[in-house]
Design a protein around this ligand. Structure first.
Ligand code: NAP
Length: 334
């Protein structure tokens, strides 16, 4: 018994998802792929047994396809996810669910009308063993009451097309979801502060930036986002509790100790740091589908994350704190 998956978008992450679903995940087969670059789709499909289709809709409506992975650019996600709901097919949609809260809400409403959970969002950090240790230490009271957290999100470099607001919508959106999941609370207000810019970042870019996330329970999270840090990909998270602190460690870093110095390797990029995490995410999604359930980060989580990212972009532009106003959470997501 295998879940037959169709994949839309075979760029960076879509290619990795096809490879993992075809060769590493237990219980899945890739049967159809689509990308606007058909030659790329054909290269990625080669050797997996999958066929290429002429449009995204042809993948979604293919009777052979049991479930869909969406890894196309973010501004296409809402339309493609809505088509999956209309076809009654489970979908793992890469973040973001949609680029506006209005579009996220359309998807939430469509899923609620369908009466069952079909959508999972690709907030894969929830499947990372390091983050899971942090979550356990909060949930079981090991660190007492969780009061605040410090998070860091650094990339070596970004292309010139990367904008200051993308630091919120593409990068910090992961910390936004991580914060909501770790604390089990909503983010009610954001404030973005730019520091002195790095001379090595593009002139149009505010880099680094500090983001303050205020939680419904009174906690506060700081996020440093620095997308031109030069030295590698460095994601950190330290939660401060009333009785102790739990800190995320980068896994599998070897150390070279010599001449009175200790040198550790920093992952080059997100693919290296989170490779095993993407596999765990896909495996849990497929195992869940085989058992008849979708249980990962929901369309509500996608909506809330986009709403917080939107508020952070507004704060970046105005320099003032900006509240996050969410609609009432539908019963499907409680
Ligand atoms: P990418 O490399 O640009 O890949 C997107 C692919 O989709 C490209 O091949 C693009 O073709 C293709 N495409 C364009 N229009 C399409 C359409 N109408 N239907 C289907 N495919 C279409 O981008 P990426 O880095 O893989 O990112 C894809 C999504 O995954 C984004 O939403 C991103 O935020 C997300 N992502 C998530 C993570 C994570 O950690 N969870 C990591 C990376 C990316 P062209 O290049 O020819 O336009």
């Amino acid at each position: 018994m295998a879940i037959k998956v169709g994949v839309i978008g075979t760029g960076n992450i879509g290619t990795d998802h096809v490879t993992r679903l075809a060769s590493q995940v237990v219980g899945s087969k890739v049967v159809a792929v689509f990308d606007v670059d058909l030659a790329r789709a054909e290269r990625v499909a080669a050797g997996t047994g999958a066929v290429t289709r002429a449009t995204a809709l042809k993948v979604i409506e293919d009777p052979v396809v049991d479930a869909v992975v969406i890894a196309s650019p973010g501004d296409l996600h809402a339309e493609q996810v809505l088509a999956c709901i209309a076809a009654g097919k489970p979908v793992l949609c890469e973040k973001p669910l949609a680029t506006t809260t209005a579009d996220c809400l359309k998807v939430v409403e469509a899923e609620v009308s369908s009466g069952r959970r079909l959508i999972q969002i690709g907030f894969m950090r929830r499947y990372d063993p390091g983050y899971q240790v942090v979550k356990e230490a909060i949930d079981d009271g090991t660190i007492g009451e969780a009061l605040l957290a410090h998070m860091v999100h650094r990339n070596a470099v970004v292309p010139d097309s990367f904008t200051s607001s993308m630091a919120m919508t593409d990068s910090v959106i992961h910390e936004i979801d991580t914060t909501r999941w770790l604390f089990g609370q909503e983010i009610v207000r954001t404030t973005v502060v730019a520091t002195r810019p790095s001379p090595l970042a593009a002139a149009h870019l505010r880099d680094p930036q500090i983001v303050l996330l205020e939680l419904s329970g009174g906690g506060v999270v700081t996020v440093e986002v620095f997308v031109n840090c030069q030295y590698g990909y460095d994601v950190r998270c330290e939660v401060v509790g009333s009785a102790g602190v739990v800190a995320l460690e980068t896994p599998g870093a070897n150390a070279l100790i010599r001449d009175g110095r200790r040198i550790e390797t920093v992952p080059a990029d997100w693919r290296v740091r989170f490779g095993a995490t993407y596999l765990a995410e896909l495996q849990e999604w497929i195992s869940g589908l085989l058992a008849g359930a979708v249980a990962g980060p929901s369309a509500w989580d996608g909506y809330a994350a986009t709403a917080v990212a939107e508020s952070a972009v507004a704060s970046l532009e105005s320099g003032a704190p900006v509240p996050v106003d969410l609609v009432e959470r539908p019963g499907l997501y409680t």
